[in-house]
Design a protein around this ligand. Structure first.
Ligand SMILES: [Fe+2]
Ligand SMILES: [Fe+2]
Length: 239
């Protein structure tokens, strides 16, 4: 196993490890700014590899913000390791996740973010978007980095297998093949509308947690993803 680092947009780095047993890539994103931020802490057991890869770009002591989409091991397994290695850092997650889990799990008091709230990182700005149950978890949310129009889209578009670091190829086909394998997304009447709201941000880059970073028409990719989930939801309620 090795962890690679690729700059996928100006000052945004994909830190990626392929885990053969899971046949899945696990990515973290480093947003380099005056106050650097990590999105996804990564699995606890990958922390030594991931943190030393991040340290090649930014000294760990400089990291100020630690964020993730929802409570799961690949999102926040190493949260307290980051807090230990980066003494100035604070966890920032959505209010629901904060109240339900993170205020108890984190070794320092987290910051609770409201839907639409911006953290000005100094040179970069991340906006928290609350997406309950999309793709899963009551506490689910994502970050949109406004200066590069990068949507750090977590488990959306998850694709199994190994992948290149960056792609301009379509990512819908692999996403629905993987959805069929794992059924990881909660299908409700609000799944497609929530994804369509993300499309309004018109992202130029999509930072997948499991897969490549996509560059191109992120808005269309999100609209296509929403259509696909709407179809699956409609099929699921027909009996
Ligand atoms: Fe997840
Ligand atoms: Fe994940």
């Amino acid at each position: 196993m090795n962890t690679t680092v690729t700059e996928i947009a100006n000052g945004i780095y994909r830190v990626s490890t392929y885990v053969e047993q899971a046949d899945l890539r696990f990515n973290q994103y480093l947003v380099d700014a005056e106050e650097p931020l990590i999105f996804h802490c990564g699995l606890l057991r990958l922390f030594p590899m991931v943190s030393s890869a991040v340290a090649r770009v930014v000294p760990l002591e400089r990291i100020r913000w630690i964020s993730f989409g929802h409570v799961e091991a690949d999102e926040c397994g190493a949260m307290n390791n980051w807090l230990e290695s980066s003494p100035q850092a604070r966890v920032a997650v959505g209010e629901t996740g904060c109240i339900v889990s993170v205020a108890d799990l984190a070794m320092r008091e987290p910051r609770a973010l409201q839907d639409g709230e911006v953290i000005d990182l100094g040179g970069k700005r991340v906006r928290y978007l609350y997406t309950p149950h999309v793709p899963h978890g009551w506490d689910a949310g994502l970050l949109f980095e406004e200066t590069t129009r990068t949507l750090l889209c977590g488990d959306l578009f998850t694709q199994a297998g190994d992948s290149v670091a960056m792609t301009e190829s379509e990512i819908i086909g692999p996403a629905f093949e993987t959805e069929e394998m794992y059924h990881a997304t909660v299908l409700t009447s609000t799944t497609a509308p929530t994804i369509r709201k993300l499309a309004e941000f018109n992202p130029a880059t999509l930072g997948l947690m499991h897969g490549p970073a996509f560059q191109g028409n992120g808005k269309q990719a999100l609209l296509d993803l929403a259509d696909g989930y709407e179809k699956l939801f409609r099929a699921s309620i027909r009996f």
